[in-house]
Ligand binder design. Structure first.
Ligand code: F0G
Length: 477
């Protein structure tokens, strides 16, 4: 039987969007104007945009068709009920609160359950989650397993929560912990999955202390696929079946539907608890909208309802995970230091290994990220000291737990040749890594600084052409 090795995109192209192709000189100008912050670069300057997989999916013909069914009634729109049905079936939770994106759910939820004196443990809080927990006055604590804190350690479920550490924390502070959060997949920890076994153990600890368990489920389908691939005894189950079990272990969940629902916008909060749902709905009305649209158009709810079902298709998930792994493997073969193993939605470069001569306090991830854009027009995102570190009173930087550069792959958007181009660009910058130096932050806002801060180089010119003399012999390919 024909057993192809090539993993093909399980779709063909119906509408095309031109890619911006720019010169290095144009990019140098854009980068200088942006003070080396890629969030300040216009998308028209970017050739392959791997800044995020969030809101960047290509929608399917079924999603576009559903958009025409959008019911834009202010109250009681039929689109809401279709959306609610899909979310309730998937999660087993009957309160479904639509929001315009994940962080709106976080703000509402933590406004209700957070506050001074509270502590919210998670495997790893995503940046907006941490910011919303902290904005409420509560403390966000990351309890990912030891293996999940080191880029080079191999482990099938590096997103797992450290159960003994959670237990210890609850023995001391159970009264001040309003919920335990499990992020699937663990985005800030490298897009790594959490096993079903780990979720069951966390559930058991939550039961012991009578604390609700919440899933931040932005990439639940990718997590379900990893469970099927890697967890003994799960290999014959459908991703849908696994996903349903994950959700049934939880008391509540929120989703940025801009990821595994193929939405360009959207999210939801789903809950079991009636009183909590009522409090959340009241806040929703204050800032998002009426509970049957929550900041979204009826047509968005329709597209998300379709996307949430499509994402669990086995051919899609197999392609998704294997195509990410393809990029990872080709970079690994070239000796590029990577977070191991490949994540679901992204490949993460280990910037501390990539630029060992640049200390974490000099922002090696940002330096690599800026250079990838300059040389190849590839936009990536630093997940490290810029995102999670802090400027101390004396002006020095406290480093983040790791310094990563994320190459997040939008869903159903780029083909293999785009990714081959990206691989070439990363290899090129890697070959010239000795010429890259460190950066410092020039100006920063009080929270979520990575979005808007400016950078300046420490004693080097980040816009200078990379000298050919520093290249390794081509045989290194
Ligand atoms: N939780 C996780 C795990 C996320 O990855 C994100 C967003 C959010 C919550 C917040 O959702 O953006 O819809 O408000 N992650 C994006 C990213 C931004 O690039 O990884 P949002």
């Amino acid at each position: 039987m024909f057993q192809p090795k090539t993993i093909i995109e399980p779709f063909r192209v119906k509408v095309v969007e031109p890619l911006p192709v720019r010169t290095r000189a144009q990019r140098a100008e854009a980068l200088a104007a942006a003070q080396l912050n890629l969030f300040s670069v216009r998308a028209c300057e970017v050739t392959v945009d791997l800044m995020t997989d969030s809101g960047t999916s290509a929608m399917s013909q079924e999603q576009w068709a559903a958009i025409f069914r959008g019911d834009e009634s202010y109250a009681g729109a039929s689109s809401f009920f279709r959306f609610r049905e899909v979310v309730s079936q998937l999660t087993g939770m009957h309160h479904v609160i639509p929001v315009h994106q994940g962080r709106a759910a976080e703000r509402i939820l933590f406004s209700v359950v957070g506050g001074e004196g509270k502590t919210i443990p998670a495997n790893t809080h995503f940046d907006t989650t941490r910011a919303n927990v902290e904005a409420s006055g509560a403390v966000a604590v990351d309890l990912v397993i030891e293996e999940g804190r080191s880029p080079s350690t191999e482990h099938p479920f590096k997103g797992n929560l450290d159960v003994p550490a959670l237990q210890k924390m609850l023995e001391q502070h159970a009264g001040s912990v309003p919920m335990v959060v499990v992020t699937i997949t663990n985005n800030s920890g490298g897009g790594q999955p959490v096993s079903l076994d780990n979720m069951r153990q966390v559930r058991a600890v939550c039961d012991r202390f009578q604390i609700p368990l919440f899933l931040d489920c932005a990439r639940f389908a990718e997590n379900a696929w990893f469970i099927r691939e890697r967890e003994p005894g799960q290999e014959s189950r459908s991703p849908k079946d696994i996903a349903e079990e994950m959700f049934r272990l939880a008391d509540g969940t929120w989703m940025s539907a801009k990821k595994d629902a193929f939405g360009n916008i959207g999210g939801f909060l789903a809950l079991k608890d009636d009183a909590l749902a009522e409090q959340c709905r009241n806040l929703l009305i204050l800032t998002e909208g009426f509970p049957t649209y929550g900041g979204l158009a009826g047509r968005d709810l329709e597209a998300l309802a379709v996307g949430l079902q499509e994402v669990l298709a086995e051919d899609y998930l197999e392609y998704r995970i294997r195509s990410t792994r393809y990029v990872w493997r080709r970079l690994d073969e070239a000796g590029v230091p990577l977070l191991r193993p490949a994540g679901g939605h992204a490949v993460y470069l280990d910037a501390r290994g990539f630029l060992p001569h640049v200390p974490p306090s000099e922002l090696p991830g940002q330096s690599v990220s800026a250079s990838l854009f300059l040389e190849g027009g590839v936009r990536t995102c630093e997940i490290g000291t810029v995102m999670f570190g802090r400027t101390q009173d004396d002006g020095s930087q406290s480093p983040g737990p790791m310094d990563l550069v994320r190459l997040a792959i939008p869903r159903r958007v780029y083909t293999q040749s785009h990714m081959d181009y990206v691989i070439e660009a990363v290899r090129y910058v890697f070959e010239h890594r000795n010429q890259l130096g460190g950066l410092r932050i020039k100006n920063e806002p009080p929270t979520l600084r990575h979005f808007t801060c400016g950078f300046e180089p420490i004693g080097w010119d980040p816009l200078a052409p990379l000298a050919a003399a520093a290249r390794k012999p081509r045989a290194a390919y």
